[in-house]
Design a protein around this ligand. Structure first.
Ligand SMILES: Nc1ncnc2c1ncn2[C@@H]1O[C@H](COP(=O)(O)OP(=O)(O)OP(=O)(O)O)[C@@H](O)[C@H]1O
Ligand SMILES: [Mg+2]
Length: 377
């Protein structure tokens, strides 16, 4: 059963020139990392407005989990509590004067009791790194801070589906990385995450499936490689090939190897180019609460780790509180795997709930030529 399915979807804005969406047939599957791509004006935002019933098609059909998209009553309220949308421009979405009130708006509307609403707000402000902004006026925030508030509002809904329109545009590099790590976390615990982006590198490393819009029509649905293999489609869609894709194709052609498997991350690319003879072990310390600094130091010595990292939002907060010595504060999965390829042992402090995900990322490197040993502490 698809999550969303559109059939011959057309949409024309009142007073708009021509169709903003024309004959769009897109199926989005539950639990599939989905990215919508396309140039400015291709129709991405318009498409997203259709997925939570804000816009109604001029022609065509939309289904949510096999049922016709509802536009009123309880069914619409249920849809909106399942599907949270982070709009492209935070100014279109923020209206409460105070940050914490804005974040609380969604959960309150769900009819949750005050204590639960407060807990949700606290958690969402914490996950988006804006605990200190709770009492601030929304109007006085920077663009990126406003984006974080909108994201916090969406997270506070505990949605089953999170749709984000250009989520990283306007965010600083650390928050962009955190946001993608958060998207990984949400995906891992069963939330379907769908976003649009112009960042072809980000989309390439993250998406299982992409849908490309051009002039309001969807011209491609499938894996990224299938799209980037067709150079003229890429250029006609106002996009460019991701660096990782280009490097892999060039290297494969140079050495006469097949382009498959396609590396999506730096460690995968390095493993394919230079398989490691004697990789070090990645030691994983599952941690949700505070980690004792003395215990951490003795683990560094007993495992012989020459670098440390942290993976996951909760673990990152706990290492900050405990002031642990961390080398890879962001991107620890990739950083520590690369260290391992250099023959060094590493220690990663990892959110308990993300341990499986980290192990699967480490294990996946073997597909590219290097088996990375790991140990769960
Ligand atoms: N409120 C509106 N009234 C009339 N036309 C609109 C309106 N909003 C968007 N459009 C038109 O609809 C088309 C699709 O716009 P949309 O905002 O969905 O594109 P997009 O892919 O999200 O672009 P971007 O990458 O710039 O965010 C464009 O031609 C745009 O000019
Ligand atoms: Mg847009």
């Amino acid at each position: 059963m698809p999550l969303f399915c559109t059939e011959g979807l057309f949409f024309k804005y009142e007073g708009g020139r021509g169709n903003a969406l024309a004959d769009v047939n897109i199926t989005i599957k539950d639990g599939v990392r989905t990215v919508i791509m396309g140039a400015n004006g291709a129709g991405k935002s318009t498409f997203f407005y259709h997925l939570n019933g804000v816009l109604r098609p001029t022609k065509g059909k939309i289904y949510y989990r096999g049922e016709k998209m509802p536009y009123r009553g309880k069914a619409l309220r249920n849809l909106r509590s399942d599907v949270a949308v982070m709009l492209q421009d935070p100014n279109d979405q923020l209206f409460a004067p105070k940050v914490s009130d804005d974040v609380a708006f969604g959960p309150k509307n769900l009819g949750l009791d005050t204590q639960t609403v407060d807990e949700r707000v606290k958690e969402a402000l914490y996950l988006t790194g804006i605990e200190s902004l709770g009492n601030r006026s929304v109007m006085q925030l920077s663009y990126g801070q406003k984006k974080r508030v909108v994201l916090a509002g969406a997270l506070a809904m505990h949605p089953k589906v999170l749709i984000m329109d250009e989520p990283t545009a306007g965010l600083d590099p650390q928050m962009s990385k955190e946001l993608i790590e958060l998207a990984d976390e949400l995906h891992h615990i069963g939330t379907t995450v769908i976003f649009s982006t112009h960042d072809v590198d980000l989309s390439y490393s993250w998406a299982d499936e992409i849908h490309v819009l051009r002039g309001g029509r969807n011209i491609y649905s499938g894996d990224s490689e299938g799209f980037y293999d067709n150079t003229s489609d890429v250029y006609l869609s106002g996009l460019v090939e991701p660096a990782m894709y280009d490097m892999n194709v060039s290297m494969s052609e140079l050495v006469g190897d097949p382009a498959e498997p396609y590396p999506k991350t730096l460690p995968q690319l390095v493993a394919k180019a230079v398989p490691s003879e004697n990789p070090g072990t990645v030691h994983i310390l599952p941690a949700d609460g505070d980690v004792d600094p003395d215990e951490f130091s003795s683990l560094i010595s007993s495992t012989g780790s020459s670098a440390t990292g942290v993976y996951g939002t909760k673990a990152r907060k706990s290492v900050q509180i405990s002031k642990l010595p961390i080398d890879y504060f962001f991107g620890a999965d990739e950083g520590c795997i690369l260290e391992s390829m250099h023959g060094n042992d590493t220690l990663i402090c990892c959110d308990k709930v993300l341990t499986d995900l980290l192990i699967s990322k480490i294990s996946r490197i073997s597909k590219f030529g290097t088996e990375i040993p790991y140990s769960l502490l």
